[in-house]
Structure formats: structure tokens, C-alpha cells
Design a protein around this ligand. Structure first.
Ligand SMILES: [Zn+2]
Length: 280
């Protein structure tokens, strides 16, 4: 079977509430055969799971760092219970989206800084307990994420997963790879000014890369509107999983590989780090 896999899109987001089936169908027509839908909060676990089943996709369950401020400790027990309840569901492929965000100012200060670190570590423990891969949100937090993985893994646990929307250094990329991760690349690399990211995406071994849109966020440059355009009433373009092949085209050109080669290797990479991924 052939086709693209979007390893990270939020079809449960309110931006898709009106037309999610059309969005998914449009992606399918453009060759996106499979999507991984990471939940961001307990209240969305059911809808995320339902969408994955409706479309023949996969899902992950977790509490996103940007949603930690609305989360309560009991949500961790709810996540644990959901992972037990759906343990035999082959479409449940990971714990995620979890991680740390040191870009949003309020998350860098007490008490939310400690709070997001607590939720990250506790969710790593749940992933280890349930032997599931993790999908990580990395924003200015690569070193702390790595530290958490090593601590919770006691230095020896074989992690699997994806560092999503990766935008760190080559050294940090290598550290994630050494721990068993692939790095997710998406719309950010379509911007010519993103030189460091483009260099990284071109230089890393192809075996280390998976593709993603992070829809509805992270619009590629052809959907992006400037602050000035928005002030003049032009809405920010909504990113969709159907943009994945065009993003892949940019990466294929950066690397000088064919689209077939890129598709085949990134698919194989998904199967390595998300082995339960029910590939279409
Ligand atoms: Zn996300």
C-alpha cells in the first residue's frame, strides 16, 4: 500500500467542527491515507477516539502542556483508566500529546512551570507502565524533555515515539534519535527564512524523519497571512492534513530525494516508532 501518513493532526479541534469529514476526505484524495490524532485534554479523549475510528485513523491520549492549567490531578487517573479501557484498541498508538512548552511566558513561571513538569513526568510514567510510545510537544524544551525521558526510563527503558514539530539543534535531534525517537517535520520547513530548520531537515538521516501537519496550526507558507493582512480582514489560513503532500514536496526538494523514496521511508519510520499504527 502507498500513501502519506500525517503523524500529527488535531481533527478534534473546533476549527474543524463544521466540516471535519470533508477535510479528511480532501486529504484522502490528495494521498493522505492515514492520520494520527493526538488528544490534548481529557475532555477530548472520546471525540478523538471516535474520529480515529470513523476515518480509519489512529489516536493518542494525553494532556498537552498548554492544557495543564485547566487540568486537575485526577485527570492523570482518568488517562490511566482510559489507557486500560482501550488497551486492546489497535487504533490507540501512543500517549500524547504530552511535553513541555517554554515559549509561552506564563508556563515558564511558577506555578505552571512546575505544574507542566509534573504532568509531563507523570504521563511518561503512564506510557512506560502501559508500554506505549509517546508523542512529544517540544518548544524550547528539548533538553528538559530528554532529561525527563532519561529519569523516568532509569537510563535503560527503550522509549519509542515522535518529537513533534522538532526545531532544535542537531545535537538535540541526535539525543532523541539515540533514545528511540523520530523527529516530526511539517509546515515550518516551508518558510525560506527557516534556514536552521531546513538545514536540519536536509541533513538528518531520512530514517529519523516523520511528516506531520499539526493541523489546524502551523500553516505552511502558502496558507500564512501576515499581521497586516489579518488586520485588513484576511483570515489566517487553516492548515489541513491534505497539505501534507505539498509539505513533503518541499522536503523532498531540500533533500534531493524522490517523493516515492520519501514516502516509503517515512512510512517505514512511522511503523518503527508507532508499531500499533493501523496502517491503511
Ligand atoms: Zn499538536
Amino acid at each position: 500500500m502507498t500513501g502519506w501518513i500525517d503523524t500529527h493532526c488535531h481533527l478534534d479541534a473546533p476549527e474543524f467542527a463544521a466540516d471535519v469529514a470533508e477535510v479528511r476526505e480532501r486529504a484522502r484524495q490528495r494521498g493522505v491515507v492515514h492520520c494520527v490524532l493526538p488528544a490534548v485534554q481529557v475532555a477530548h479523549f472520546e471525540v478523538t477516539r471516535t474520529l480515529a475510528h470513523q476515518f480509519g485513523d489512529s489516536y493518542a491520549l494525553g494532556i498537552h502542556p498548554l492544557y495543564v492549567k485547566d487540568a486537575v490531578d485526577a485527570d492523570l487517573a482518568r488517562l490511566d483508566a482510559a489507557l486500560v479501557e482501550h488497551r486492546d484498541d489497535p487504533r490507540l498508538v501512543a500517549v500524547g500529546e504530552i511535553g513541555l512548552d517554554y515559549f509561552v511566558p506564563e508556563l515558564c513561571e511558577s506555578p505552571l512551570r512546575e505544574r507542566q513538569e509534573f504532568f509531563y513526568l507523570e504521563q511518561l510514567r503512564l506510557a512506560r507502565k502501559h508500554q506505549l510510545p509517546v508523542i512529544l510537544h517540544v518548544r524550547r524544551s528539548a533538553d528538559m524533555l530528554l532529561k525527563g525521558l532519561r529519569a523516568v526510563g532509569n537510563g535503560g527503558y527503550q522509549w519509542q515515539g515522535i518529537a513533534h514539530a522538532f526545531n532544535g539543534s542537531l545535537q538535540q535531534a541526535q539525543a532523541f534519535i539515540d533514545l528511540g525517537f523520530k523527529l516530526g517535520f511539517g509546515g515550518a520547513l516551508t518558510y525560506e527564512r527557516a534556514q536552521n530548520l531546513r538545514r536540519l531537515a536536509a541533513e538528518l538521516p531520512l530514517e529519523a524523519i516523520v511528516l506531520e501537519t499539526d493541523a489546524p496550526d502551523m500553516p505552511p507558507h502558502w496558507l500564512y497571512t501576515t499581521a497586516e493582512q489579518r488586520a485588513n480582514g484576511q483570515a489566517q489560513g487553516r492548515n489541513e492534513p491534505g497539505e501534507l503532500p505539498r509539505i513533503a514536496q518541499v522536503l523532498a526538494e531540500l533533500r534531493g530525494v524522490t517523493m516515492d523514496r520519501l514516502q516509503a521511508q517515512t512510512r517505514a519510520n512511522v511503523q518503527t516508532v508507532l508499531p500499533r499504527c493501523a496502517l491503511a
